[in-house]
Design a protein around this ligand. Sequence first.
Ligand code: ZN
Length: 626
Amino acid sequence: MGKFLKLLVLFCAVSFALTLRTEEEIRRRDEMLRHSDNFTAAFSQEYLRYKETGVRTRQLEQMLAMMQITKEFARVEITELDAEAAIMSCVACRATVGLLLQQYRSGARDKEQIIEDSIGICIDLTSYSVIVCEGVIRLFADHLIYIVDARPALTANQMCSMVLQPECGDPDPVFDFTINVSPGPPITGPKSGSIPRNANEIKIIHITDPHYDPAYLVGGFADCPDPTCCRRFHGMANTTAARAGRWGDYRSCDSPWEVVEDALEAAHRQHPDAHLIYITGDYIDHGVWETTHAGNMAILDRFYAAVRRVFGNKPVYPVLGNHEGQPTDQFAPSHITDPVISSHWLYQHSANAWAQWLPASALTTVRRGGYYTVNNLPGFPRLRIIGLNNNDCYRMNLWVMYSRVEIAQQLQWLHDTLLAAEAAGEYVHILGHILTSGSSCFRYWSREFRRIVDRFHRIISGQFYGHSHNDEFNIYYARQQHQTAINYAWLGGATTSYGGQNPNYAVYFVDREIYQVNEKESWYYSVTEANLNEATRPVWRLHYRFREFYNLPDLSPASLDNFVTNTMSRSRNALRSYREFRSSASDFVMNQPCDDNCLRGQLCSVTRNEINDNRKCNEINNFPLS
Ligand SMILES: [Zn+2]
C-alpha cells in the first residue's frame, strides 16, 4: 500500500482488510513498525531529492518497488494475502502519508503541488491508469485537506492506524469513544429458542450490492488494470477471453442494467408472496475516479424506480452503502455544509426517494444522517426496523478521523431507540450495509456496537447486511463471555458478480412472535452458464435452504454456534459447502484450490466480532478435519 495514494487506492475497491492471526505475524509486524520511522525518513529524503533534481536514485526505485500495490491487494480475500505484504502496507502508508503531510503542514508544498505529488506516487505504486490516479486524488483531496486542516495534531501514523488496522496495530486511541449504555440484566447464557416453523411466517426478500454501472459495455474489455473494467472507457475486448458478457463478469466488473433488472424481476416472480423487501446498499458502480453527485443520483433514481415497478406497493426498507457517498466512501457529518464536501445532497435525495416507502416520521433522521427507524408496521405490530447508515464505522470514510463526537451520535441514537423498543415490547431487525463485526469497521466502533448488542440481544431478532459480496453469516458473542452466542447477522451476497461471486438474493422466513429468522434461502444464477446462452435470460435456481441443508433444529444464535463449534469446524464437507454457498456457487471461486487452512479461514469470519479479537476463532480453527 502506501500513502495518500495507497489510501486512495483502497477506497477504490470493496476493500478487504487483512488479518494477522498468528503470534509470529504480529511479532513481525511490530518489529517492522519499529523501523518504519527510519524508512519514512529515508523515503522522504530520496523523494525530495528526486523532486529537486528530476533524477531517481537506485535507493528510491528500490523503495518504490517495495511499496508496490498490486491490484490483487485491493480485491483479495481477507485470509489470502501474504502477511509480509500486509505489514509492508503499513510501512508504506506511514512513509508516503508522512512525507506528504510534512510537506503540506510545513508549507513547503501547496495544495496543488501535494495533489500533483500524490498523483505521481499513485502512478508509481499502482497499476492504475493515469486518468484513474488523477481522478481519484482530485475527488478525494478536498475532503482529506479539510480534515487535515481541521485537525492539526493528526499524524500520519494515526491516519494509517485507522485506515489499515490491523496491519498498523489497533487504531490510535485518539479515535476512541464510548457511548452511554443503560444498565440491563446480566447475560446468563446463549440466546436460544425459536418459534416452530409454521404457515404464517413472514417472507422477506433481501437484495444487496447491485452496483449498477451505466457505462457497462457488453463485449467490452474485462481484464483491465483499473478498479473496475467492462466499461466504455476501456473499449471492446480484443480476445474472447477478455470479453465482458451480457450477464456480468467474475472479474472487476459491475452490473449492466439488465442484470439489476433481471434480479429484481426474478425475486418477484419466484416470491410473489413476499411481505417485505430489504435492500442494503451499494447501488453505485466502482468507477470511483469519476463519480459525480448527478451521476450517483441518476443511478439511484433508476434503481429505486425499478424496485417500485417490480414490487409495487410492497414495503421496502433501503439503507445506504459506502458507494453511495461521493466521492466514494465519504460521509461528512451533518454540520459540514460546504457543498463540495457535504453529504446533504445524498441525505436529502434519500429522504425524497424513500418517502414512497417510509413514513414521514422516519425521514427526519434520514435528512440528518441517512438512518431511520420504523415501527407499527401494518400486519406486524411488534416488529421495529432500524435502518443504519453505518458508513461511519468504515475505515475508508476519512471522516471517522475527524470527530469522535459526531461518530458517537448515531450509535447513541441506536441505543436510545432500542431502549424505547424494549420498553414497548418490540422486536427489532437492524439493517445496515457493512457488517459491524467485520474487518471493514474500525475497532472502537465495533466494540461500542457490541456493547449495544450485549445489552439488547434479547430484542434484536435479526441483523441484515451486504458489502462483503459474500452470502454468509456472523455470530455475535458476548464481549465478556466469548463463548456465549447472543445474536447473529446475515449477509445477503450481491446482485453484482464484481469480485467473483454469482449474482444472488436471499429470502428469510420469519416468525410473527419474536420475529426471528426460521429459515434462509439463497437464489442465484451462474454467470458462466448465462453468458454461454447470452440471448436468453439467466436461469435462476434455489441454491440452498440453510437450516434444511445443515439439518439444524432451529436458527437461534445458540443453535448456529453449536453448529459452527461442533460440526462446521471439524467437517471438511460442511466447510466446503459453506464456501460454495458464500460465493453462490461461483466457478471463479470454486475453481481455485482451497486447502484445509483456507477452509478453516472461514470460521474466523463467522465468529469474529472485532478486529484483533480472535478468542473464539482461535479456539475452533485447529480441530482436525474429517
Ligand atoms: Zn459492494
